[in-house]
Design a protein around this ligand. Structure first.
Ligand code: FMN
Length: 387
């Protein structure tokens, strides 16, 4: 059973989203502003739709925190939907007096067709509402709590955009994270940023959408998280599942990923050198492995890349069928984003924070932050003593 567990509930246009998080030790400082700033980062980015202006998400902490500090009890968070007024009838909980308009034209690229068939529905609305990436706001809220926890162990997590609509950055090596946060597409390379924005503009004017690639980097991850001993304990597999579960992510790489397939063994692996470097008595001059070898973190930064498909709801809708008449029609259209690659970076940071929080708790345990930190620090001392 995971140590850091969470479950989300809520529909895209329902009253709100809720998330319950279990397993956070007592003694972690946490406030609503820290969660709000992560939610705001998720909402930003050139190419997001008008809904972002309505939402201005904020999570209320309902339990598990007292006087700004976690108590060890489950933490529950609630994000109200500020657009609920406009959806009261369509999304009413009680039986409707009048039938609301049904959605019967599935959008290619969404869960619409398979979901309606699987759940035996003649209205696609319930599938659209839960399959929507609105749910990722709840994940980002959970991720904000996980981030607070991993920060205490010295783990920092960032993300940036590598490509949008085929426009790539050449950024390699150290990245200016403040510049990334200022960029409309979360890219530190100003030239590439211009190309990415132009690609989004071209998509907008032609009623189309664009995808891309983002990279997520966690530094300060201690050696020894995850395990080689069972398939479902391998950290690379757990990270890949968490990032792949984000709506519209279709590929995940760790370290040099697919590129490694073309290299020779002598070029692909990271040599091990004896060193006095803290916190470990060794160093790795390269990090092709992306911080994970044999399913175990190796002390180097964990590097993950996610390929994001273009948004499926198009200004010029794709051909589909009508589930009520079985005639060929244009797919349903509803207000939509044009590019979400920058947001996916932020959501993937949250998912990586959650995975690392769980792996840290598995390794170091602790019912209080003091206990977790003591166990972590004893572990690091024991590594130095091996030499
Ligand atoms: C932050 C975010 C916002 C999204 N906004 C939209 C949107 O406005 N319209 C849309 O059609 N798809 C949107 N998507 C994409 C769909 O959620 C996604 O394509 C859909 O869930 C199917 O993808 P899947 O097969 O990966 O689940 C968004 C995705 C993310 C991550």
């Amino acid at each position: 059973m995971p140590r850091f567990r969470f479950l989300t509930a809520g529909e895209s246009h329902g009253k709100g989203l809720t998330v319950i998080i279990d397993g956070v030790p007592a003694g972690l400082t946490l406030d609503e502003d820290q969660v709000a700033s992560e939610l705001k980062r998720r909402q930003c980015g050139y190419g997001r739709g008008s809904r972002m202006k309505i939402e201005q998400d904020r999570a209320e902490i309902l339990s598990g925190v007292r006087h700004g500090v976690t108590t060890g009890s489950p933490i529950s968070l609630l994000i109200w939907n500020r657009d609920w007024e406009n959806w009261r009838e369509v999304m009413a909980v009680s039986a409707a007096e009048e039938e609301t308009a049904r959605v019967t034209r599935p959008r290619p690229g969404h869960a619409d067709l398979a979901g309606a068939i699987k759940y035996g529905l003649n209205d696609i609305r319930p599938v659209m509402e839960r399959a929507s990436a609105r749910e990722t706001a709840a994940r980002v809220a959970a991720g904000a709590v996980a981030r607070r926890f991993v920060e205490e162990i010295g783990v920092e997590i960032h993300s940036h955009t590598l490509a949008i609509g085929g426009e790539w950055t050449n950024t390699r090596g150290s990245i200016d994270w403040q510049q990334v946060e200022r960029s409309a597409v979360r890219c530190a390379d100003a030239e590439a940023e211009k190309g990415m924005i132009a690609a989004i503009d071209r998509a907008i004017s032609s009623g189309d959408t664009v995808g891309g690639v983002c990279e997520i980097i966690a530094s300060g991850v201690p050696v020894g998280l995850g395990s080689h001993v069972q398939w479902d304990r391998r950290l690379d597999g757990i990270v890949a599942q968490a990032v792949m579960s984000i709506n519209s992510v279709k590929g995940v790489e760790i370290g040099d990923g697919f590129k490694l397939a073309n290299l020779k063994g002598s070029e692909a692996h990271d040599v091990i050198e004896v060193s006095q470097r803290s916190p470990y008595p060794w160093s790795r001059p390269t990090n092709h492995a992306g911080g994970i070898e044999g399913g175990i973190s190796n002390g180097e930064p964990v590097i993950v890349r996610a390929a994001v498909k273009p948004i499926p709801t198009l200004g010029k809708p794709l051909p589909s069928l009508d589930l009520s008449t079985w005639e060929t029609v244009e797919a349903h259209f509803e207000r939509s984003d044009v590019c979400v690659v920058p947001s996916v970076g932020v959501i993937a940071e949250a998912m990586l924070a959650i995975v690392l929080a769980d792996a840290l708790l598995e390794k170091f345990g602790g019912d209080s932050m003091e206990e977790t930190k003591r166990n972590h620090s004893n572990y690091l001392d024991s590594i130095q003593r091996r030499r």
